[in-house]
Design a protein. Sequence first.
Length: 343
Amino acid sequence: MVNLLTADLNLLVALDALLMERNVTRAGARIGISQPAMSSSLQRLRRQFDDQLLTRIGSAYELTPLAQVLKEDVSQILRMVERTFDAQAVFDPALSTRSFRIVTSDYCLTALSGRLMSMLQQEAPGVQVHFDAVTPQAVERIKETLQTADLMLIPKGHFSGFPHTELFTDNWVCVTGDTTPDKTLTVEEMRDARWARLFGTEVDSTLADRRVYDLQLGERTDIIVDSFLMLPFAVAGTSRLALVQERLARMLASVAGVRIMQLPISLPTLVECAWWHPSKTPDPGHQWFRRLVARAAAELDAAAGPGAAAEPGLEPLEPTSTHTTEPSGAEHAEPLTAHAVSA
């Protein structure tokens, strides 16, 4: 049995980084130490566990069976330690210097961050917020993501089983570089057109893109990007099409030089939500931060001003929702396996 009085518990931080990154250099950068120092920590960990932990397969490193077992345990232990030291009977945002981490898409960041940052500046000037880009891997490993992040902003429909707050809704529109006045989009044009898409594959696509795939429309994809913000610029100056959230399209249409077109098909309304791990629900600081994000979302339409109807023929945006769902009992079950990238 390990004697905790003599054990170097800092190795847990290094172990967590190594198991998450599976790369010595990136693990060192993650926790702010040099590559040689991280290599030294790896050697000490290998002696401690009498296991290689990371093994090279081709040009990449893979976790050993023991490392795979340790990964979730170490992550949970460190999050519990962090919450222990961060715990406060009463959370005072005006005095707090706490850091919060949000995993989100560039679309949601663009729509929400201005109002959120304004609120933070006024109410909690010492609080820090770290924004990390959502990736297909973050969605596939949702439990791990929510254990290490405070919030993940992603629409409904990609997974279930975790508490969440509905933030706002949005519609899907089509943007194109063809600026012919009063031109309407038809199903036949969607089928024949060339497209720009996010990530480009069906399994990594948005729910709206998957619906278009199901209808066998827009199969001629020849531009692939990894950012929603890039989509309007990817089709600019061409007759290509791209599916974009209406809020984002309105923000970027004039800048990118693209036209917004209503879709001739029905797509599911995007319901953007803030998700978190149930272990964080009772934390006073986390409760305050969740409410702050929900308040910023509730003021989105008011902050947008009268210029929201920038494109003729577009219906007004759906009203904002701030419904909260914090599941209990059976609803805390494992999330559904997710393979789609969030909006």
